[in-house]
Design a protein around this ligand. Sequence first.
Ligand code: NAD
Length: 296
Amino acid sequence: MPHIAFIGLGHMGGPMAANLLKAGHSLSVFDLVPAALEAAVALGATAAPNAVHAVSHADIVISMLPASQHVESLYLGEAALMQAIPGGALLLECSTISPDTARKVHAAAQKRGIAMLDAPVSGGTAGAAAGTLTFIVGGEAATLERARPVLEAMGKNLFHAGAAGAGQVAKIANNMLLAIHMIGTAEALNLGVANGIDPKVLSDIMRVSSGGNWSLEKYNPWPGVMDGVPASRDYAGGFGVDLMLKDLGLAMEAAQASRVATPLGSTARSLYALHSGQGSGQLDFSSIQQLIKRRG
Ligand code: NAD
């Protein structure tokens, strides 16, 4: 079985690495946070003292980092990780980053004879834990076939969006829509509750009516309506407000570069910026419900 280096063991990377261990892979892991490393070691991974050590004997390198700047500085900056990855290895970059950064890393990988996919994911922390993530892939179709067994150890659906960077474009469009329907759902629930309807009853009605959507049905933002979602644990864990704000920023950059109007995406970005500015950056993104509060 190929030996894997896994870098970035946060909310998503931690459970993804756990599923690779469960599938029988040997893993060298690295994260800047010691507690994240220790959790992976407890499951059977080997901790590396730095990213260069982690990748030095890897057949496959996987990274799951917060944002473009982390990915760019890790692979192309001072650490120059790209130089340390063995030629012929496979690189799966799973963070949500700008398509341009993804293409830069692709180009550097190609120069070194390293096959790469940008493979951002959808499905959240629950999907990462259950091994049911959706991978949205940019790169060569043949590289996707090579990566398929390892991606299938962490996810259920694999989509080939197109050439290098296309996985990121599709992911950014999806997350802009997610932000918009989360805000719409919070607004509709707030309107109903402020006018005397129980939020669970209203959710049940809208779920089977034309207002039904993923935020309402799978990730309800009103506390107590649904078990096991961040809204029912004070918006802890899940997909952070600041990460959503980052993705909306990426969507706005892409919109500007392609001269496309995204009026609702732009409003969603402003609302998430306001929410983050009020100290909610680390809460789950469904906490936008707190910004859109019941009155009276
Ligand atoms: P996170 O902040 O929980 O984890 C990121 C990890 O990367 C942290 O443990 C951090 O210490 C580590 N890290 C940062 N720089 C590093 C470096 N140079 N070397 C080693 N480790 C480093 O974030 P997350 O929620 O796991 O999200 C990761 C990516 O997945 C983001 O791009 C996010 O947008 C995307 N994503 C998240 C979710 C979600 O529900 N959380 C869903 C889909 C996609």
